[in-house]
Structure formats: structure tokens, C-alpha cells
Design a protein around this ligand. Structure first.
Ligand SMILES: [Ca+2]
Length: 258
């Protein structure tokens, strides 16, 4: 235990130095904003999607529905929001038959995008391989049906953390995620949360610095969450490998009146 505060301090120091030393302090630097404009609380909404998990009676399971990817609720360590497990599709994705979702912003307005963040973690454990792996991010400035053009192809790791992918600023009214692969399951594909951020022109060094430091705070929160997750995993392993105490050793008990 004595080691981790020190290593955390080192990590934080390195991150601060990296943020301050990062190049690009010229005026009009383009950076990612800090407001997740895909969030339902900010007016983000799902326009269309390929499928969502159904129960044996063909009914939608709200805890697995597609809108869970923009509800701001995420699985962290052993904690799963009671009403939001993530989005699970009804079918497994493939190159020829991908799963997909179209996201739009408040008022279906067009925004200049810079960054997508994907948390693949759902209530399913990582080892069954359902979490998303291969995505093509596409944008349209006209209709939900397109025409679309490709922006980036993130490869999402099988880890329960926010994963950030930046791209050159691109105008987008509708964002379509074409999902062609998970981490091995032939049942379905899952995503915990999708976040989208605008390209912001930082007009001064101070603006730029503020935005970088705010981004750094987000990185630190993610680092903390991941450390928490690892600690919980370690605790869980320690508990489950402990031998169970012998039973049946209770003495002749008498109920005591109070
Ligand atoms: Ca969510």
C-alpha cells in the first residue's frame, strides 16, 4: 500500500508536465471541448439503430436498450447502475452484417467534431467478449440516411475505461457508428457509453491552458476510477480465494428475551 500513493504522485506529476509541455500554444489552437454534446442531458439523442437486446418474449429490456449509450451512466468496477447495463444488440456484428447506431445533437444541429470517447464496459464481464472492438465513425451533414463519409476507425480495447479517439475537425449533423466486431462473442455486441466533443478554437494561451487542464482533470478522474476498479478486482480475488470456515460449530443457543 505504501507504494501506490507515490506512484500516483508520479503519474500525476508526469500528466501535469505533459499537459503543460504539450506543443501548440499558438493562438487559434484547435482542441477538443469539454462538453459531451452526445449526452441526453445536453440534448443528444438516438435517431436510428440496428437492434437492441430482446427477452424471450420479444420485449425490449430497458436496462439493455440503445439509449443507455448516451445516458451518462457507466459501469465502474463492481458497480452497475440498476436501470442501465449498457447497450446490447440482439445480434452479433460482422463485416458484412454490422450493427449500427445514429446519434444526433440538440435540435439536430450541425457541430464541428473533434473527439469521440467510447467506454465499452457493460454489465457483461469482459471475458465473454461481447464488448465492442471494431467501429467505423461516419458523419452526415444532411439526413440520418446519409450520405455518410468515414472519419475514423477506432480499435476499442477490452478494458472498462473511457477510451479517447481524436480526429481532424469534421462537420457533423448525424454520427453513425458502424460496428463490425466485438472481442469474440457470437451472441451480440455491447457498448457502455459514447461521448462526442466539439472542436474548439482556443483564442488565447490562457483559454488553451484552461481547456488542457480541464482535460487533465478528466484524465485524472479516469485514472482514479481505473485504480479503484483494479483495487476492487484485487479485493474480490482475495475474498474468493479465502478458505471457507468450518460450519456447524454453533453452541447450544438460547433465545434471549430483551
Ligand atoms: Ca451508459
Amino acid at each position: 500500500m505504501g507504494k501506490s500513493p507515490l506512484s500516483a504522485t508520479i503519474v500525476v506529476s508526469v500528466m501535469v508536465i505533459a499537459a503543460l509541455a504539450a506543443p501548440g500554444y499558438a493562438a487559434e489552437t484547435i482542441v477538443a471541448g469539454i462538453t459531451n454534446i452526445a449526452a441526453a442531458t445536453n440534448g443528444g439523442h438516438i435517431v436510428a439503430f440496428s437492434s437492441q437486446a430482446l427477452d424471450e418474449n420479444g420485449k425490449i429490456m430497458p436496462e439493455w436498450q440503445v439509449t443507455n449509450i448516451i445516458d451518462g451512466k457507466q459501469v465502474v468496477g463492481n458497480y452497475t447502475p440498476a436501470d442501465s447495463y449498457g447497450w446490447n444488440t440482439q445480434y452479433a456484428p460482422s463485416d458484412t452484417d454490422p450493427q449500427w447506431v445514429v446519434i444526433a445533437f440538440e435540435g439536430d444541429r450541425t457541430h464541428l467534431l473533434r473527439r469521440i470517447v467510447i467506454d465499452p464496459a457493460t454489465d457483461d464481464p469482459d471475458f465473454i467478449g461481447r464488448w465492442v472492438r471494431d467501429i467505423e465513425v461516419q458523419v452526415s451533414t444532411t439526413t440520418p440516411e446519409g450520405p455518410y463519409r468515414p472519419v475514423t476507425r477506432p480499435l476499442v480495447m477490452n478494458k472498462p475505461i473511457d477510451q479517447t479517439f481524436d480526429f481532424l475537425p469534421v462537420e457533423a449533423r448525424y454520427i453513425r457508428l458502424i460496428i463490425t466486431g466485438n472481442h469474440g462473442s457470437d451472441k451480440c455486441v455491447g457498448i457502455g457509453e459514447v461521448k462526442l466533443y466539439e472542436a474548439i478554437v482556443a483564442e488565447s494561451i490562457i483559454d488553451d491552458l484552461i481547456i488542457r487542464l480541464e482535460g487533465l482533470l478528466d484524465d485524472l478522474k479516469r485514472y482514479r476510477d481505473f485504480q479503484l476498479y483494479r483495487q476492487e478486482q484485487a479485493t474480490l480475488e482475495a475474498v474468493t480465494t479465502k478458505p471457507t470456515p468450518p460450519t456447524g460449530s454453533e453452541g447450544p443457543g438460547e433465545a434471549e428475551g430483551g
